[in-house]
Design a protein around this ligand. Structure first.
Ligand code: GAP
Length: 533
């Protein structure tokens, strides 16, 4: 089952040290919305900048060893509402939802599993398990059997007291079933653990995930907050072709906010209603789509490893036919072993083969031509002696799209989970072992005491270092407490100016991971850090 204690510690650390706060907390918060505090936005920006660097400024070499073409975009969050009709989101972007009539709890129906009990007084009974997949349902049910109460994680999700529920005899042959897959009659026999009565869950019904707003003061028009950044890229496909020198194959990358009215936002920032995505649409010839799909699968895995994510915590998982989004021909997810999914994995990025779905839809709905004339292909076909009719037919086409779509805010969660390292030997009992490149603060600068010329030297050093590294000056509390705080926020190096500095112009450099200290000359500190950061 999930390691709830690790998650609880991470959530509490994020609040205590200024990484992530519940949004509008002074008004009691708002479910599914989070604020990124001073350290959280530094961490998020570091990940965003690395993605932008590796995708737009310095993208990987193509399969032939030559540079590929990639440009960036920052499109509007609110687009003409027709966009979402054409893209299929107005009708197809929905989750099945279910309500418990007694407790008024609302959940995603595909996140409720049931398992049949042998029955009480001859009556059929299914026990409901609010978990996301079959494996979790099995584990949760086994726990229930052994303990007579739901596992701790379910109690947390349900805000239940650890109410004992003595199970009757079980029918061990039965497997957990998805609530969406059982009959209407069986749904009347489902016991929701928080409810007194039987059959209190409603029939599943489709719930559109797009958040709406209104535009204009007179006769306001209903509009949508984008549920994915991708559509802005498709809408600007023609503009980009007409105003830049890119030629198919090429990519357009974008980072920005997306919004989804998630039925059950949960697991901290994993599933929120406002989040950030890093998406790239790769436009290619339909015959080459599979080649590029494999190319981006491999490159994106490499990118996640470059963040310092351990190999064993990442995996690729192909979508089943039933899972595919309405636009997708095939999709593979890059998954991470989160503390709340362990030993299972959860989604981090999806790489989808969107075919020509989006451009075709927007061409039909807008009446604007969104096909591409491939001059290079035309010349090649001419050289091959292909007939003029075939050349004409083949060199104008609607490109296919391969889309690596990842969550920036989910990446923040992954780096926090990956960096969280318990260590009983430290006063802080843990430290965040970020790869230095992503640490929000790279170096802390401390005068040992606030006298004897130490603050003056420390401040001068800090002012010099901060031109190159994100640095923090701290003169409060004991030196041990200052180190402990820096360990908690994952600062790789701390510099202390002490009595010896006055005599020999050296400072101590403390290494976060090894907790060792070396003395380095004041005038060499910048170079020393530069080599290691
Ligand atoms: N354009 C394709 C698309 O949006 P997706 O799989 O729905 O695909 C891509 O989303 C990524 O965005 C996910 O892999 C996840 O990292 C992130 N994401 C999606 N919904 C999210 C949510 N509610 N909260 C946080 N991140 C989310």
């Amino acid at each position: 089952m999930a390691d709830a204690s690790v998650m609880e510690q991470i959530v509490s650390l994020c609040k205590r040290r200024g990484f992530i706060y519940p949004a509008s907390e002074i008004y009691g918060g708002l479910n599914g919305f989070w604020d990124y505090g001073p350290l959280g936005c530094l961490l998020k920006n570091n990940i965003r900048d690395w993605w932008w660097h590796e995708m737009v400024l310095c993208p990987p070499l193509g399969p032939d060893g030559h540079p590929i073409e990639m440009v960036g975009l920052d499109s509007a969050i609110i687009q003409n509402p027709k966009t979402w009709v054409a893209s299929g989101h107005a009708t197809g972007f929905a989750d099945p939802m279910v309500d418990d009539k007694e407790t008024k709890r609302r959940m995603r129906a595909d996140h409720v599993w049931v398992r049949e009990l042998a029955g009480i007084d001859g009556k059929r009974i299914f026990v409901a398990l609010p978990v996301t997949n079959f494996a979790e349902a099995e584990t949760a049910f086994d726990y229930w059997l052994a303990n007579g109460r739901p596992p701790k994680e379910l109690q947390l999700k349900l805000s239940m007291s650890a109410r004992r529920y003595s199970p009757p005899a079980y029918n061990y042959q039965d497997r957990p079933l998805a609530y969406t897959n059982i009959s209407e009659a069986d749904r009347l026999c489902v016991h929701w653990p928080e409810a007194e009565a039987l059959g209190t869950l409603t029939e599943p019904r489709q719930f559109n995930l797009m958040l709406t707003t209104e535009i204009g003061a007179v006769d306001p028009v209903k509009a949508y907050l984008r549920p994915e950044t991708a559509q802005g890229i498709f809408l600007d496909f023609k503009n980009i072709i007409d105003t830049t020198r890119v030629k198919v194959p090429f990519g357009v990358a974008q980072v920005g906010k997306s919004f989804r009215n998630e039925v059950t936002p949960r697991n901290f920032i994993f599933r929120s209603r406002e989040f950030e995505q890093m998406e790239m649409e790769w436009f290619c010839h339909p015959d080459e789509a599979l080649k590029w799909y494999e190319f981006w699968k491999a490159r994106r895995m490499e990118w996640w490893r470059s963040l310092g994510v351990a190999e064993g915590n990442l995996r690729l998982r192909d979508h089943t036919k039933e899972e595919l989004s309405h636009y997708s021909k095939m999709t593979v997810d890059i998954e991470y072993k989160y503390p709340f999914t362990t030993p299972d994995f959860g989604e981090l990025e999806g790489i989808a083969h969107r075919g020509s779905f989006d451009l075709t839809q927007h061409q039909e709905h807008s009446g604007q031509k969104l096909d591409y004339f491939d001059q290079e292909l035309q010349l090649k076909l001419k050289e091959q002696g292909v007939s003029p009719e075939d050349i004409k037919a083949k060199s104008r086409y609607i490109p296919n799209v391969i889309e690596p779509a990842s969550g920036l805010t989910r990446a923040v969660l992954v780096l926090l989970c990956e960096a969280f390292t318990p260590d009983e030997a430290r006063p802080s009992k843990m430290f965040l072992k970020f790869k230095p490149q992503f640490a929000p603060i790279k170096v802390g600068v401390f005068p040992l005491v606030n006298k004897d010329g130490m603050p003056e030297i420390a401040e001068k050093l800090y002012l010099d270092l901060r031109t190159q590294f994100t640095a923090e000056y701290d003169a409060k509390q004991s030196i041990g407490k200052r180190y402990a705080r820096m360990d908690e926020i994952g600062t790789p190096f701390c510099l202390t100016i002490d009595g010896q500095t006055i005599q020999d112009r050296t400072v101590t450099v403390r290494d976060r991971d090894a907790m060792t200290q070396v003395r380095v000359g004041l005038d060499q500190v910048k170079g020393y850090l530069g080599e290691r950061l």
